[in-house]
Write a protein that binds this ligand. Structure first.
Ligand code: ACO
Length: 426
């Protein structure tokens, strides 16, 4: 007989089935809990709640495993490119050469954005954060490229629009923020090379494409491409569950990613490392602050809801830092501080007891700095990388036969019924 869990409530016993995933993970299916018992569950931060079944990404936080469609992240980082990994996530299998060529041609063909979108950029206040701009621009894409019918070909085109145009919009926003001429995408460049050229080419000093930098960017984006039901992906699924268009759902994901406890941590890590450098490299003091419960400060780039061991992406990222800096024949004092900080924290009882290890964001900023990305664009870089994951998760949720609009319950703790008092009697 299939496993089940018994709940005894008010002297009655209720049975709920246990669902087993393909890697042996188990969950209690409580979809009939309220109907049968009148109870709901209370789970702040959804730390014990599986919101869906998914066949996209598998992670095991105790063993430090991450796989996209079954393929270990280490193998993808070593052998794949970002467009190929995006194809894998979105379509469920690695592409053949012909399929990948077609996908790449489509990404190139759809890389231009409507010239009128430039007017938006010019009207954002000078110091607007690029994540706020990107979220608004992606929502605006729907007005410039409305779908006619929700059929598969249309969805596929929107997917290509997002992957290609978000890259163009991001580079455009950087150029415009600096008051520089916008650089158009080129047909003869790969996805990553095209982005770098749009960011850094200028009439005075044409950008030289460097294979090492292109490879580093491919790996950076592959490592960020999906991470199952994290904060921004859940935002995409929840917003998408109301059957909103894909642009709007992705725009919600970008807004969710912006926060410093999520994707914004890559910017926060560099700011923290800068501060340490500015204040005399006192790493021990920063670790003490992070442990002090009266101080809201946390060690940025450390800790994770799921990983209770070293984040496998952080391992690859750390190795990449050394590789990229040595290939570019440069050094970064922040990398030395980061390594010292990691060593101090990993040998500290508080961090050991709390299972706090570096996450993907701890070393990613060092790589971005090495390839010339300004700090306030770091989270935008994360967003471009996370697009395939958001898209794949949105598609999966739309096709899910068990789909229901996301609508959690609550336990109300406010006032009991209270009489309205007219304003003059208060
Ligand atoms: N520094 C110091 N203490 C920490 C840290 C940290 N970075 N992270 C967690 N803790 C402590 C908490 O104070 C808490 O301690 P307590 O049990 O003694 O009260 C315990 O570890 C558990 O922390 P929670 O906040 O409950 O863990 P949660 O799973 O809710 O949060 C999060 C995970 C948000 C990532 C957290 O570790 C954090 O704030 N890290 C810093 C920000 C960061 O790097 N975010 C990027 C995450 S990866 C990503 O989103 C791409």
């Amino acid at each position: 007989m299939a496993e089940h869990v018994k709940i005894i409530f008010e002297d009655k016993t209720y049975k709920f089935p246990v669902v087993v995933g393909s890697e042996g993970e188990r969950a209690i299916d409580i979809s009939k809990l309220r109907r049968n018992t009148g109870l709901v569950t209370l789970d702040p931060g959804f730390a014990n709640t599986g919101s869906c079944s998914s066949s996209i990404t598998f992670m095991n936080g105790e063993k430090g495993i991450l796989r996209y469609r079954g393929i270990p992240i280490e193998q993808l980082a070593e052998h794949s490119t970002f467009p190929e990994t995006a194809y894998l996530l979105i379509n469920g299998a690695l592409p053949t050469r012909k399929e990948l060529n077609h996908f790449s041609v489509m990404l190139n063909d759809q890389s231009l954005v409507h010239e009128d979108m430039r007017i938006f950029f010019q009207n954002f206040p000078r110091h607007s954060h690029p994540m706020g701009i990107l979220s608004s621009m992606v929502n605006a894409l729907r007005s410039f490229y409305p779908e006619r019918h929700i059929i598969e070909e249309e969805i596929n085109l929107i997917v290509i629009h997002l992957l290609s145009k978000v890259r163009t919009l991001s580079a455009m926003s950087y150029k415009i923020s600096r008051g520089h001429r916008v650089v158009y995408p080129r047909h003869d460049f790969s996805y990553c090379a095209n982005f770098l050229n749009m960011m850094f080419d200028n009439p005075v000093k044409p950008y030289q494409i460097d294979k090492e930098v292109v490879d580093a960017l491919n790996v950076f984006w592959i490592l960020h491409a999906d991470h199952e039901q994290n904060c921004s992906t859940s935002a995409v699924r929840v917003v998408g569950s109301g059957r909103v268009n894909l642009y709007a759902a992705i725009s919600a994901g970008i807004a969710a990613l912006w926060g410093p406890l999520h994707g914004g941590a890559n910017q926060a890590v560099i700011e923290m490392l800068y501060d340490i450098a500015k204040n005399g490299n006192n790493v021990a003091r920063v670790v003490e602050r992070a442990k002090d419960k009266k101080d809201p400060f946390r060690l940025m780039g450390f800790g994770h809801r799921v990983y209770k061991t070293y984040d496998p992406r952080a391992k690859i990222m750390k190795k990449m830092c050394d590789k990229v800096l040595s290939k570019l024949n440069t050094s970064d004092p922040l990398l030395d501080i980061a390594k010292e900080l990691e060593e101090t924290a990993l040998n500290d009882n508080y961090f050991i007891e709390h299972n706090l290890y570096p996450n993907v964001d701890f070393y990613s900023g060092i790589i971005l700095r090495a390839i010339g990305i300004p700090t306030n664009m770091f989270t935008v870089m994360f967003a471009i990388g996370r697009l395939p994951g958001w898209i794949a998760q949105w598609k999966e949720s739309v096709d899910d036969p068990n789909w229901r609009i996301s609508r959690p319950r609550q336990i109300y703790i406010g006032s009991p019924e209270t009489k309205y008092i007219p304003i003059d009697e208060r």
